[in-house]
Ligand binder design. Sequence first.
Ligand code: NAD
Length: 482
Amino acid sequence: MFSDRDSARADVFVGGRWRAGSAGEFDVLDPATGAVVSRVSDGSEADGTAAVDAAAAAFPRWAATAPRERSELLRRTFELMLRDRERLAALISAENGKALADARAEITYAAEFFRWFSEEAVRTAGGFGAGPAGGTRTVVTHKPVGVAALVTPWNFPAAMATRKLAPALAAGCTTVLKPASETPLTTLALTRLLVEAGLPAGVVNVVPTKRSGPLVSAWLADPRVRKISFTGSTEVGRVLLRQAADRVVNASMELGGNAPFVITADADLDLAVEAAMVAKFRGGGQACTAANRFYVHAAVAADFADRFGAAVEKLTVGPAADGHDIGPLISARAVTEVGALVDQAISRGAVVSHQAPVPEAGGFYYPPTVLVDVPADADVVRNEIFGPVAPLVTWTDEETLLRMVNDTEMGLAAYVVAGDLGRALRLAERIDAGMVGINRGLVSDPSAPFGGMKQSGLGREGARAGLEEFLETQYFTVDWRD
Ligand code: NAD
């Protein structure tokens, strides 16, 4: 058992107190072994309602605190996360399975949201102007939206929580948070750090649960909840948007991706391989921004496949604790789903050109795999893989390339590697994706507006925009005659 908590039975955090969940307990598994890491309280809808009670009670006071006070809480939490980086990274690896290097990078990235929004919290932006017809003045100001429900996925257990918590708190919102049931431990550890940093009671409330649907539905039906910020699959996002519609709840949605990775004929192939390794294999390919389909110009396709394949074959796969590059997938089901996509591609003529070995026994492993000769309409190209598989498709003319790249309902991330930067920028502009990495394989940055177009989501996280998601705009019109 992984012991990070005072008690295995008091994991529901409501109104500044830890208490047992009223729906019992559930297991958190180590995906590297399938063994139970810990048992966690299972929160019920009643726990969810108690969390909203606490958040609603704390809201007026928190909304009225000085921005500097909120800022300093966030800054202290940033520092505490860095102090505890190793412990938190080990916790992520234990419940999510990701390599320790990836888990450490996630903690740094996650902590940066607290630093960034501690800085944004004190930069209030408003406006003052004269009415065009004269005789009036307009004052524009902002208010926190209110109680915010935050729902996060398992693939970045720390960063997806801090990317919501930090702006919500900076804005003056109070929150009810439901972590993914696969990975609640990291969120519980972060909550303890917020408490250590001085979090007032009721400002953040956390309800781990196996009963996600009923719990989140109850939140969306509660008139005190004014905001839903969700990160997860498009499928679940759609369900929550429908529920949010009933009360016109303000919604931010960070949903699925299907990122194209484009390589032009004049690309620096060493750089292309370096960027491709990051874009594809960070977190074992289980990132919404993961490169999902590679479009390689025919003139360099064989060369790129050889170099990329050689790098893939060198990847070591195994438990994070042993220092491997890649960990297991999150579940046995994920292994089956990735396998089905690869099998379908092979049945359509694709060939496995390179693969890294996986441990023979235990754990939910899928081998890092390069597929060549992949038909452009294979399932592995059209669906989010969420695993360490890189399908390579070749292209020759730019118009056909752009048609293939944009022929998807997803539009989160994209990547372009090209020798001529001007051409890369022109290509990037024609790709319908919220974020484009140019000559690099990483788009995530707390100071940049993270988010998707089309069915990849609504709204942005990070940057100034991330704070605005938790603010309402209000204006006063003032009589201004002599
Ligand atoms: P998921 O949609 O299954 O779960 C996300 C969260 O929703 C979890 O907390 C889960 O417990 C909860 N949930 C599940 N069913 C629910 C329901 N009916 N009602 C309310 N809540 C429910 O997604 P996942 O498998 O945890 O994460 C993988 C997906 O998340 C991928 O599609 C990935 O692309 C996406 N993702 C997107 C971003 C982004 O920023 N756009 C970031 C990370 C992950």
